[in-house]
Write a protein that binds this ligand. Structure first.
Ligand SMILES: *[C@@H]1O[C@H](CO)[C@@H](O)[C@H](O)[C@H]1NC(C)=O
Ligand SMILES: *[C@@H]1O[C@H](CO)[C@@H](O)[C@H](O)[C@H]1NC(C)=O
Ligand SMILES: *[C@@H]1O[C@H](CO)[C@@H](O)[C@H](O)[C@H]1NC(C)=O
Ligand SMILES: *[C@@H]1O[C@H](CO)[C@@H](O)[C@H](O)[C@H]1NC(C)=O
Length: 831
């Protein structure tokens, strides 16, 4: 009874400050808290239910602050309980909204109808996973060029499925079921109404298939008899020991008298690939279920993105990355996720089931009896291969500028190879440019190609025009690129600030999705109006996606946004022309309330971008009554190569200045209250956040950093991309200085240009959200900085997510992160 009373007083303390609605949350937390131990939930609740609010208020005055915090969940601030309750409710509303992933369109015999399948994802907070389901629709076009979608009444959930790959004719569907334990990988081949074949592939053949959208390649041949794919190479056996010592004949049998050692440690491709070692190439005969590896690929190459070549004697075309990265031939793999600067090339190899077929010549690779042929010998980067429908051209993307400069992302180029009609590859294939790198875009003109994925079949019916998504300033746009005439056109509407992404093609028509920071994704169907002109008319497609709650739709409709051009504040002659152009910032504000506090939002990379597309997390933030200033500082994607390359060598100063310049602009225009500004960012955005609170200590009243880079000196020895530190600190030269054992001078530079060197000036209360499994910016970076703030008596709060990696994107972690950002800002901005 004594225990109960203590608990009661403890719980009551914040009752008086909270609404009755919040009391519920309070009671639940009390019943789980240590102060109420042993937890006797039901009993406690009954007791408290009887207490009137008046007596609670009386009890409050007797309870001390310290006692009050004891009754709360770990880290919860007694004054913010109401905020937790109301913000978590709203955030759940945002999290529940389903989002549209991929789409496929299947043509039918009738030229005016087709069918679409759209994959939808929805976060499942309780299960801490994303549910995926498929929605079907019948598409019919009428004489008046209007289009109708007839959706099936319910979606079908696909669980345990890692990839869905329809065959080229649309008559078969491959489902990949990767296993998480030691059970075999399953491939299922479905017909229109039945499971046709189920193929079980033992771990001794290969591990799970790559479905990571980078190494990933799962490809049907034209006859639909074979599927080529990328899967984890089977592990080499580990050494086995028993009572007599080392067992020479490593046996795979389990017996209780022996144990397995570790063997040598193997390099991985870093962040998000910690459990993968070597992606390798396989082909399966889908009627017999027989799997064969593609032979002759050296173990030092990792492969991906496989497709089938049209000519008979060469089966496959794929991308390969060398494990030494070409980076001074460092004998290690460097992290590859988000990093387009890893050298790679296209190769061709014969179909492993047609070994009797003509062997390719091995010219060029003197002495080596490899059956592989390198197709892009003169380029240090080539990926996303696609054959034109007639097999005449092999088209691909290159990030050669990223490889050359060492920047982890840069402006892409597009190229084509004329594929030999006789199928004889002799290594002398010429590579022609289709889209060059744009150095300094002219006003309102194409800023260059920034493409991070291609449709499986990106072609219009002319067989020469590709449709793809790219970044253009702060917007995502849909482009058409004629690979022969090299004409590039923007086909998504030009008069809106929305972002557009292509989902699928319906012959010459385009299924796309459009959204903005204040409008949820909406599917559109673009009809090509004339066969000659490249012009599409866009119609909104009605979908069965659920209606928004009144609360969310009114929040979104009460806001507006605009894309601001920010002139450079410090024009120096040293800058390239493209780096003198204005950069952009997106400003989101309430339509009526001009006095709201402002949050500056910063992307990572630094070579990535915050496009104008819908973001659940940003919508949640502005819905709390804030303006957002999303700064695409120089170095971001979408503004040409010179602007991008102006940043490496100047991080911590040029980017910091750009952010302050953008902030100045909105202050000078009277758009915001300069005394109420906060800042949030992750990764390089966290680097900027922590730099800003150190370099401009009077500007920000609160900050939040997700897996921030705070100390490059510490990061360089622990990250999966130490080359990033050298390139971003020294610029292009950094590639030359890169070493696994940095000199004292290097470490000194790294320290000087890190946020931690400004820590003595910091006054801003800062929240840290850290993923303990992050290999990119290891948790030690954020923890060290947070502890250093604490040492100086600066208010801070740290949440570490034990299972999360760099993105902190597990549904529960993402939820808790943004909830805490919301509450942290409310606490410090409403003072
Ligand atoms: C398809 O639509 C066009 C134009 O509306 C019409 O001329 C044609 O006859 C239609 N085809 C079929 C098979 O209905
Ligand atoms: C694929 O499997 C089928 C069924 O077992 C067999 O008839 C066919 O010959 C196989 N194809 C090749 C090229 O091995
Ligand atoms: C202006 O830019 C130049 C070169 O880009 C740099 O050296 C200088 O420090 C900058 N000045 C300020 C005040 O940021
Ligand atoms: C490269 O750009 C892509 C697309 O914006 C982004 O997802 C990725 O994080 C970027 N990588 C780096 C290292 O900036």
């Amino acid at each position: 009874m004594v225990v109960l009373t203590t608990a009661f007083i403890t719980c009551a303390k914040f009752h008086c400050r909270s609404s009755i609605a919040a009391a519920n949350l309070l009671l639940v937390s009390a019943s789980h808290s240590r102060a109420c131990a042993p937890p006797r939930g039901p009993l406690l609740r009954r007791r408290i239910d009887k207490v009137s609010l008046r007596s609670i208020a009386m009890a409050t005055t007797q309870a001390s602050e310290a006692e009050a915090d004891k009754g709360l969940p770990l880290g919860m601030d007694a004054t913010m309980v109401d905020e937790y309750a109301s913000q978590s409710k709203l955030l759940q509303e945002f999290v529940k909204i389903p989002s549209c992933g991929k789409a496929w369109i299947f043509n039918s015999k009738d030229e005016n109808t087709s069918r679409a399948v759209v994959s939808i994802g929805q976060s499942d907070l309780l299960g801490n996973k994303r549910r995926k389901f498929l929605l079907n629709s019948h598409i019919s076009k009428s004489a008046s060029k209007s289009v109708d979608f007839h959706w099936s009444p319910f979606p079908t959930e696909i669980s345990g499925v890692s990839a869905v790959i329809p065959s080229p004719s649309g008559e078969k569907l491959l489902l990949v079921r990767n296993s998480e334990d030691d059970s075999p990988t399953k491939l299922e081949i479905w017909g229109s109404c039945q499971l046709k074949n189920e193929i079980h592939i033992a771990k001794s053949v290969h591990g799970s298939l790559y479905t990571d959208e980078w190494f990933e390649g799962i490809s049907w041949n034209q006859e639909e008899t074979f599927v080529a794919y990328v899967a984890e190479e089977p592990p080499q056996p580990k050494p086995v020991f028993n009572d007599y010592g080392f067992k020479k004949e490593g046996s795979s049998e389990k017996d209780c008298k022996s144990w397995k050692g570790q063997g040598d440690w193997e390099e991985t491709w870093g962040e998000t690939y910690s459990k993968k070692r070597i992606p390798a190439l396989f082909v399966v005969n889908i009627s017999s279920g027989e799997v064969r590896p593609v032979k002759g690929i050296p173990r030092s190459l990792s492969v991906g993105q496989v497709i089938w070549a049209p000519s008979p004697s060469y089966g496959l075309v794929f991308v390969a990355w060398s494990s030494d990265n070409g980076f001074q031939h460092t004998p290690r793999k460097l992290g590859i996720k988000y990093c387009y600067n890893r050298p790679c090339a296209l190769y061709a190899a014969p179909h492993p089931f047609r070994e009797e077929a003509e062997k390719p010549s091995t010219e060029g690779d003197k002495g080596e009896t490899t059956t592989m042929i390198k197709l892009t010998a003169d380029l240090n980067s080539a990926f996303f291969p696609r054959f034109s429908p007639d097999g005449k051209y092999l088209v691909f993307i290159s990030a050669k500028s990223a490889v050359d400069s060492g920047a982890h992302n840069a402006t892409n180029s597009m190229h084509r190879i004329e594929w030999p009609t006789d199928g004889k590859l002799d290594g002398s294939l010429g590579v022609a440019d289709v889209v060059p790198i744009v150095m300094c875009p002219k006003e309102n003109c194409f800023p260059g190609l920034y493409c991070f994925g291609l449709l499986r079949d990106p072609w219009l019916t002319d067989g020469r025009t590709m449709i793809l998504s790219s970044v253009w300033g702060s917007k995502e746009v849909v482009l058409s690129i004629n690979v022969v005439s090299c004409e590039v056109l923007r086909v998504s509407p030009q008069d809106s600030d929305c972002s557009w992404n292509v989902l699928a093609l319906d012959k010459n028509d385009i299924l796309a999705v459009s959204s903005s920071l204040i409008t949820l994704p909406q599917i559109y169907y673009g009809i090509k109006v004339s066969q000659i002109e490249s012009h599409w008319e866009w119609q909104e497609v009605s979908t069965p996606l659920p209606k928004l709650s009144d609360e969310i739709s009114s929040i979104l409709s009460e806001h507006k946004f605009s894309i601001l051009k920010v002139p450079i504040s410090n024009l120096s002659d040293k800058l390239a022309d493209g780096a003198k152009l204005p950069f952009e910032a997106i400003f989101v504000s309430h339509k009526d309330s001009a006095s709201n506090p402002t949050i500056v939002v910063l992307h990572g990379g630094p070579h990535s971008v915050y496009p104008s597309s819908y973001s659940k997390s940003l919508a949640f933030l502005f819905s709390q009554g804030y303006n957002l200033l999303v700064v695409n500082y120089r170095g971001s994607l979408g503004f040409g190569e010179e602007a991008l390359q102006s940043l490496p060598g100047n991080i911590g100063s040029q980017d910091v200045n750009d952010v302050l310049t953008a902030l100045d602009l909105v202050i000078r225009r009277g758009l915001i209250d300069p005394s109420k500004v906060a800042v949030v960012g992750g990764s390089h955005g966290g680097f900027l956040t922590t730099h800003l609170i150190g370099q401009a200590p009077d500007t920000f009243v609160a900050a939040a950093a997700r897996n921030p880079v705070c100390n490059l000196q510490l990061m360089v020895g622990t990250t999966d991309i130490p080359d990033w530190c050298f390139v971003e600190i020294y610029g292009k030269e950094g590639k030359k200085y890169f070493s696994e054992s940095p000199s004292v001078d290097d470490l000194c530079q790294f320290h000087q240009k890190s946020p931690i060197s400004h820590i003595s000036k910091v006054k801003t209360p800062t929240l840290f959200l850290l993923g303990a499994q992050d290999l990119r910016v290891p948790v030690s970076n954020g923890l060290q900085y947070a502890r250093a703030l604490k040492e100086r008596g600066i208010e801070s709060k740290t949440i570490v997510f034990p299972e999360d990696i760099h993105g902190i994107d597990k549904p529960q972690s993402d939820f808790e992160s943004f909830l805490n950002i919301g509450v942290w800002f409310k606490k410090h901005l409403s003072k």
